[in-house]
Design a protein around this ligand. Structure first.
Ligand SMILES: [Zn+2]
Ligand SMILES: [Zn+2]
Length: 390
């Protein structure tokens, strides 16, 4: 089959690779009908996530048609499914509490040592990501093997276009959980850093949850326009002093909740970010945590901090004092996609949530490398890329 493979920093190629096959009884094979490039794929593309190997098949946002099932799968050939990017067994201690992205059974034992060292505990398995998370071949391919197919995939009715439901695989539930982690109350002021796909879905979710004002911060005019169209007020950080603007927009007390939808590759010429960038370049630091630092300073006393943006390693210059002295709460994590799938599918079918507004480009899988390059280098226009394997 054809698949997008990672070869090294800024080098991805569509290659012919072996077809996937059923390995375990609960597996299913999906013929991919639509897949997307994610902001976290760019962290892999930029080579800042450890644990990739040349030839790895990328892609963790995908959907398609079931073509083959193991005896333990509950899926049936011909069904259309959207597959969560988190791989979860459904029955371990964590899955039983709905903490699916902390599953203890989806990351093979031989892959666990490095993440235990980095994080204290092994990560769960993720599609098309790092070998720290199992090294599972991803969905930017014609076919993909889906483990625990009786737990994860969301069956979607025929007649609903792929593009309306594809983002149930990651960015829509990720934006939703980001807003939920911010514990939004009706009347709240919420600041969201980053108007990428996750940031935009976070804005939409926060407004649906009753936030009175959502303030979106970015520097790409087109992305800021998309946030404004959703109902957000916007700050272009190149033209405004963000902390002063936020104080002004919140009656001098700061936002009730702040959300970092940027993560480890923040932009801008702030001194701390320049230092982090230099450290990242020479490999003595992983995370550029400028946005998180700023969010902690901006949030009101007693406020809530939510971090859907991806961080991978260690950050310094962290405003620990602000966290403690202001009495902040902070929540983060990879998304528990399986927990939100049915509810969000229903909201899409009822027309409450639109997922298609941010798609800027549709390419064939063969042109995936072009998609990666532009999604990284021309972020203002390339807001979301959907790939079609055929
Ligand atoms: Zn993603
Ligand atoms: Zn589990």
């Amino acid at each position: 089959m054809r698949a997008l493979t990672w070869q090294g920093k800024h080098d991805v190629r569509v290659d012919t690779v072996p077809d996937p096959r059923i390995v375990n009884p609960r597996d299913a094979i999906i013929e991919v009908t639509a897949t997307a490039i994610c902001g976290s794929d760019l962290h892999l593309y930029d080579g800042v996530i450890p644990g990739l190997r040349p030839g790895d098949v990328l892609g963790h946002e995908f959907m398609g048609r079931v073509v083959e099932t193991g005896p333990g799968s509950t899926l049936k050939p011909g069904q259309r499914v959207v597959v969560p990017f988190t791989i979860s067994c459904g029955s371990c201690f964590f899955c039983a509490q709905g903490q699916f992205s902390a599953c203890d059974n989806s990351n093979p034992v031989e892959a666990q040592e490095a993440s235990e060292l980095l994080y204290g505990h092994a990560m769960s398995g993720l599609f098309g990501y790092s070998h720290l998370t199992g090294g599972y071949p991803g969905g930017q391919a014609e076919y993909v093997r889906v483990p625990f197919s009786d737990v994860g995939p969301i069956v979607v009715p025929d007649g609903v276009p792929d593009e309306q439901v594809l983002f149930l695989s990651d960015i829509l539930p990720t934006g939703w959980m980001a807003a939920e982690n911010a514990q939004i109350q009706p009347g709240d002021s919420v600041a969201v850093w980053g108007c990428g796909p996750v940031g935009l879905f976070t804005v939409q979710s926060a407004l649906l949850m009753g936030a009175e004002q959502v303030i979106a911060i970015d520097h790409h005019p087109n992305r800021l326009r998309l946030a404004r169209d959703l109902g957000a007020r916007v700050i272009d950080y190149r033209h405004s002093h963000v902390l002063e603007a936020l104080l002004e927009m919140t009656g001098g007390i700061g936002p009730d909740a702040v959300i970092d939808a940027v993560g480890m590759e923040s932009h801008g010429f702030a001194p701390d970010n320049l230092l982090d960038t230099a450290k990242q370049k020479v490999g003595i630091g992983v995370d550029r945590a400028h946005v998180l630092r700023m969010a902690l300073l901006a949030v009101r006393k007693g406020g809530r901090v939510s971090v859907p943006g991806v961080y991978g390693g260690f950050a310094d210059k962290f405003p620990l004092g602000a966290l403690m002295e202001k009495g902040l709460q902070i929540r983060a994590g990879q998304t528990h996609v399986q927990k939100y799938g049915q509810d969000l599918l229903q909201r899409i079918l009822e027309g409450q949530i639109d997922t298609t507004f941010l798609i800027s480009h549709r390419l064939s899988l063969e042109d995936a490398a072009t998609g990666y390059r532009n999604f990284r280098d021309n972020q203002d226009e390339w807001t979301k890329v959907v790939l079609k394997p055929r």
